[in-house]
Unconditional design. Structure first.
Length: 151
């Protein structure tokens, strides 16, 4: 899961997907998040993101921001980005079509081909974090079903 700073959208997405995989009994799937901007490296998620996730019984308070690395294109099977800027940044590191093909807008999982951005809630209020949570949760529901069908 990749957003800009790795303190709002991508840790919410990481927490939601981990939670849904766990409650579905799916194991052996590594879920991680990163940011295309390294300025928040080492920080925990935004307090509003933590509070919103916690209101849905998901704890993301221990997650730590890290920058996206070129090696992530080889280490992960899927890389889900939150918006077009993240898509361009991540795919700019791809040296092979195989790597580029791993990168997808997260919300395309639910709404294929639409390239809908997960809105950045950073400069807004708590309602923006709830909107992010709901959008990401819907996409993660589809992801979990897809993973179940891959077995």
């Amino acid at each position: 899961m990749v957003c800009m700073g790795n303190i709002c959208r991508s840790p919410i997405a990481e927490g939601i997907l981990r939670h849904k995989l766990h409650t579905s009994g799916i194991k052996n799937i590594l879920v991680d998040s990163a940011g295309t901007y390294s300025g928040h490296k080492g920080e925990h998620p935004d307090a509003r993101a933590i509070a919103n996730a916690r209101s849905h019984d998901i704890d993301i308070s221990r997650l730590v921001a890290r920058p996206f690395h070129k090696k992530d294109l080889d280490e992960f099977d899927h890389i889900f980005v939150m918006d077009a800027t993240n898509f361009r940044e991540v795919t700019s590191h791809a040296e092979k079509e195989e790597q580029r093909a791993k990168v997808e807008f997260l919300l395309n999982i639910k709404w294929p081909g639409k390239n809908i951005a997960v809105p950045d809630p950073y400069y807004g209020g708590e309602d923006g974090f709830e909107k992010v949570f709901q959008l990401v949760s819907q996409a993660c529901d589809v992801l979990v079903e897809n993973f179940k069908n891959e077995k």
